[in-house]
Design a protein around this ligand. Structure first.
Ligand SMILES: [Mg+2]
Length: 280
């Protein structure tokens, strides 16, 4: 089974693709997302081919903090089939439809373990608000994310917010211009673990670039992260973690090449007796 974050792990905007070198040597790319009638996210053509091959040979699960609506714009090979994790783990899609059992489980956890979203919104926009927080948005009434001017954030603001959130069953993550406040039980790894349990998949390969992905990297037998992003800035490491050599959109391709090298291998005789390739 292969579980991967999307933004800045597999797909890249023009601003995050980090192309270096001559324009005429740039990789060929495909559009993975259209927004407001314009192309927004991309992967290399080779990366898309690798992803299609991975989907043939294993259970591939896209795992994203995007809402369902934001995720629905992303066009990956085999879209709408199998499992996908959106809303940072609050929503488990099965063939494109939210799984009601999982949604119920999440609602119950939030009720018992976390302060309500309203309280977090009040903290972000009320008396403790800072001008560096430009806009505050909510995702499916589950979590909040703010568009921030990172340079203008007062020293210690994110640390204080993290501490405040922790005490209320919430956590934070700062990625690019987005500051996320997410309930602790809403994690990518919990949803990925559920998919692993349901599919009976054995080996788990996982990839991601941000702190919200650390849990799936820790859950994985083989973890991969790009040499850019929040975890890279944290110098994040763990056993069985491979860091790409490339950065930007080429790191996305490299991640899929590594994953394909693992799940694309013919199963060892004996060890896999009776195990269909799709259960890897
Ligand atoms: Mg990401």
């Amino acid at each position: 089974m292969v579980a991967s974050d999307l933004d800045r792990t597999l797909i890249y905007s023009a601003n995050s693709m980090g192309l270096a070198g001559a324009d005429n040597a740039a990789p060929r790319m495909v559009v993975s997302e259209v927004y407001d009638a314009a192309p927004l996210s991309f992967m290399t053509r080779a990366a898309e081919d690798l992803l299609a091959a991975i989907k043939e040979q294993s259970v591939f699960v896209p795992v994203t903090t995007r809402t369902q609506a934001q995720f629905s714009r992303v066009r990956l090979p085999g879209r709408g089939r199998g499992y996908a994790v959106t809303t940072n783990g609050a929503v488990l899609l099965r063939d494109g439809e939210p799984d009601p059992d999982w949604s119920r489980h999440i609602r119950r956890s939030l009720k018992t373990e976390c302060a309500p979203l309203r309280e977090v919104l009040d903290r972000l926009t009320g008396q403790a608000a800072v001008p560096a927080i430009l806009r505050v948005r909510t995702a499916e009434d589950i979590f909040a994310y703010s568009i921030v001017d990172r340079q203008a954030l007062p020293a210690g603001y994110t640390e204080e917010l993290e501490e405040w959130c922790r005490a209320r069953g919430w956590t934070t993550s700062l990625q690019g211009r987005k500051l996320y406040c997410v309930p602790v039980p809403v994690t990518k790894e919990a949803a990925v673990d559920e998919v692993r349990r349901r599919t009976g998949a054995g080996l788990l390969v996982a990839a991601g670039d941000s702190r919200l992905d650390a849990g799936i990297l820790e859950l994985a037998d083989i973890a991969i992260r790009p040499a850019h992003g929040e975890l890279h800035n944290d110098a994040y490491t763990r056993p069985n973690l491979t860091v790409t050599e490339a950065t930007g959109i080429l790191a996305g391709e490299e991640i899929l090449r590594i994953a394909h090298g693992i799940v694309g291998q013919p199963a060892e005789p004996g060890r896999s007796a009776g195990l269909a390739p799709s259960a890897v």
